[in-house]
Design a protein around this ligand. Structure first.
Ligand code: PHE
Ligand code: FE
Length: 278
């Protein structure tokens, strides 16, 4: 997983996955033995296609950490990934059957546990899958959890999510998740690069987000981001750009309570709205 379900809450279908396997906190054992040769082959093909186009498009921090996931030929055992990850930043990945509700999701992040869906898409879903699978969650999200500043940001996001749930502000906060952790762009050494997991795990959106003249690219601004709707079934029409992970951390460090108050009742921006007009 990797998004609070409010992100996918626009979907009418129940989440895919066998939730009878889950503990009370929604985690479960990674059912590694159950992967078929075809499952490993799907992972390998997705990995190969994506790794080939990272240079010049993906954040250097992501590229540098990717080998920490281990061999690309097979779906990794989460325990093996955790050895290095815990040593690097104190984070762990935990298996989940699929999408989980927002409060347990926030709680896991606050505890530095990143929920990773353990099933993989079917071969006929190779190009597009609606819900996050193990390729999206692992390949897309986990490498940057090796970066100490980004890793701290994600934990803070989890804590902030628990607070937003109490304040009824999850929709605003989830937009920040969407436009940073899922679809964020970063300027590195003057060049635009992708660091969001939704981009990094997508063969088409990776070049589109960085090079297409079509979408808007705005500097990350909390109020603007939290007021901007998003599309879950097309490439993004607006991206928000940061200068560094430290800037992302610093921008989001303060208490959001007054910001939520201020933004409540203000008009939203459409996903493709120009910079200053809703
Ligand atoms: N500072 C935010 C708050 O007070 C929490 C947060 C941190 C949210 C980092 C997102 C990212 O609610
Ligand atoms: Fe995700």
């Amino acid at each position: 997983m990797g998004q609070p379900p409010v992100v996918y809450g626009q979907s009418e279908r129940p989440p895919r996955g066998d939730y009878s396997r889950a503990h009370a906190d929604y985690t479960c054992a990674q059912n590694w033995e159950a992967y078929t040769e075809a499952d490993h082959e799907t992972y390998h093909r997705l990995y190969q296609r994506q790794v080939a186009q990272l240079p010049g498009l993906a954040s250097e921090a992501f590229i540098a950490a990717l080998p920490s996931l281990g061999a690309r030929e097979r779906i990794p055992r989460f325990d093996d990934v955790n050895e290095g990850l815990y040593r690097a930043t104190g984070w762990e990945i935990v298996a989940v059957p699929g999408l989980i509700p927002e409060v347990p999701f926030f709680q896991l992040l606050a505890d530095r546990k990143f929920p990773v869906t353990d099933w993989i898409r079917k071969p006929e879903e190779f190009e597009y899958i609606v819900e996050p699978d193990v390729f999206h969650d692992l390949f897309g999200h986990v490498p940057l959890l090796f970066n100490p500043v980004f890793a701290d940001y994600v934990q803070r996001y989890g804590e902030g999510g628990l607070k937003a749930a109490r304040l009824g502000a999850c929709e605003m906060l989830s937009r920040l998740y969407w436009y940073t952790i899922e679809f964020g762009l970063i300027r590195e050494g003057g060049n635009l690069r992708a660091y969001g997991a939704g981009i990094l795990s997508s063969a088409g959106e990776l070049p589109y987000s960085v090079t297409s003249p079509e979408p808007r690219r705005l500097p990350l601004d909390l109020a603007r981001t939290m007021r901007t709707r998003y599309k879950i079934d097309t490439y993004q029409q607006t991206y928000f750009v940061i200068d560094s992970f430290q800037q992302l951390f610093d921008l989001t460090e303060g208490d959001f309570t007054p910001l939520y108050e201020e933004l409540r009742g203000q008009p939203e921006f459409a996903a493709d709205a120009p910079a200053n007009a809703p």
